[in-house]
Ligand binder design. Structure first.
Ligand code: NAD
Ligand code: TYD
Length: 354
């Protein structure tokens, strides 16, 4: 079996649903259920013995030791993290605690477990660390995309905390020989993404007739990848990646934020026309994010060359499916927009002058 951390979040949910659609190998899902974790995402697996959910913290060494001894996983897929840049600007503490200290404690527990495994299991074991392209910093307009060799230049508390965990993962391979794999993925989008991130926030606000807040000039560029493609890449790296190596994962799909929002408005106009509403009229330019990275772009040639992975979804097909999913799952949306969510919207957007 495999142990997944953070499996009730956005990407972890897709990973588990995809995995169990293709395989009967059991997943132990360790998730703290922070505001971003949602067991409702995995409701279809409630009666499925192949999904064992455990609510807990990656930093809880006693719990980890117990889970590892009991279930004897052949691999760990480490998704659990605080993941939102704006939140890291308002309060970096949780990011340091989970992304750095939590990842360290997880590595320590896994090392103790791995060191007592016998030969074939010990060699075949994998610790796959799910990282981000944001650790490489920000690119100028005409700079080449990030390769795996790009220097680390994290600019936000979020990316700095992820960079720290990357370094720990690397050190556990170099020092102890733990068979680790690290992936650096670009921005994901798709079903179950919490509506704090750009794409779901724009969909939610547009459906409610609220303004669509564009930070700064809206010309910041991100490389968008459909979440299922990311999950396929993780499976491929787990299966065939070389321990100690890092793999970039990207969508070959760089777009400025304002273009993304225009596309969402136009598709909503087609899929959910509102009588007296032109969705584009809701676009509002607001104060920029502090330290806002201008451009991310991922060179994903290595994973294509060595492991044969390429995204299968185009942005046109992926964004249409995503918008349709949010239209079809308004109950999910209503449930996640709890009191804590409304407080966040107030904190992040109230003080941004138009
Ligand atoms: P998310 O915020 O949607 O989910 C994170 C999950 O981790 C939640 O279920 C949460 O409850 C859980 N969690 C948080 N702290 C925990 C702790 N201390 N112990 C156990 N569980 C804890 O995040 P996501 O978008 O699904 O991202 C997953 C991973 O992928 C993260 O490591 C992130 O850095 C990385 N990543 C995300 C993107 C993206 O665009 N979303 C891109 C590249 C890499
Ligand atoms: P986000 O989805 O938070 O991902 P990240 O910051 O990790 O790339 O933001 C994507 C881009 O969209 C980023 O340049 C910030 C911008 N953005 C807005 O313009 N308005 C918003 O309300 C949000 C949440 C993001």
């Amino acid at each position: 079996m495999i142990l997944v951390t953070g499996g009730a979040g956005f990407i972890g949910t897709s990973f588990i649903l995809d995995w169990l659609a293709k395989s009967d190998e059991t997943i132990v899902n360790l998730d703290k259920l922070t505001y971003a974790g949602n067991l409702q995402n995995l409701a279809v697996l409630a009666e499925d013995p192949r999904h064992i959910f455990v609510q807990g913290d990656i930093g809880d060494a006693a719990l980890l030791a117990q889970l590892l001894t009991k279930h004897q996983p052949r691999a760990i897929i480490h998704f659990a993290a605080e993941s939102h840049v704006d939140k890291s600007i308002h309060g970096p503490g949780d990011f340091i605690q989970t992304n750095i200290v939590g990842s360290f404690q997880l590595l320590e527990s896994v090392r103790a477990y791995w060191e007592q495994l016998e030969k074939p299991e010990r060699n075949n074991f994998r610790f796959l660390h799910v990282s981000t392209d944001e650790v490489f910093g920000s690119l100028a307009k005409d700079e080449p995309a990030f390769t795996e060799q790009h220097s680390y230049e994290p600019n936000s508390p979020y990316s700095a905390s992820k960079a720290s965990s990357d370094h720990l993962v690397r050190a556990y391979h170099h020092t102890y020989g733990l068979p680790v794999l690290t992936t650096h993925c670009s921005n994901n989008y798709g079903p179950y993404q919490f509506p704090e991130k750009l794409i779901p926030l724009m969909i939610v606000n547009a459906l409610a007739g609220k303004s669509l807040p564009i930070y700064g000039d809206g010309q910041q560029v991100r490389d968008w990848l459909y979440v299922d493609d990311h999950c396929r890449a993780i499976c491929r790296v787990l299966e065939a990646g070389t321990p100690g190596e890092t793999y970039n994962v990207g969508g070959w799909n760089e777009q400025p934020n304002i273009d993304i929002v225009h596309t969402i408005c136009d598709l909503l106009g087609e899929l959910h026309p509102a009588a007296s509403l032109d969705y584009r009229a809701l676009i509002t330019y607001v104060a920029d994010r502090a330290g806002h990275d201008r451009r991310y772009a991922v060179d994903a040639h290595k994973i294509e060359r060595e492991l044969g992975w390429r995204p299968v979804e185009t942005f046109a097909t992926g964004i249409r499916k995503t918008i349709q999913w949010y239209l079809d799952n308004q109950d999910w949306l209503n449930n996640v927009q709890s009191g804590a969510y409304r407080e966040w919207i107030e904190t992040n957007y109230h003080q941004r002058s138009v």
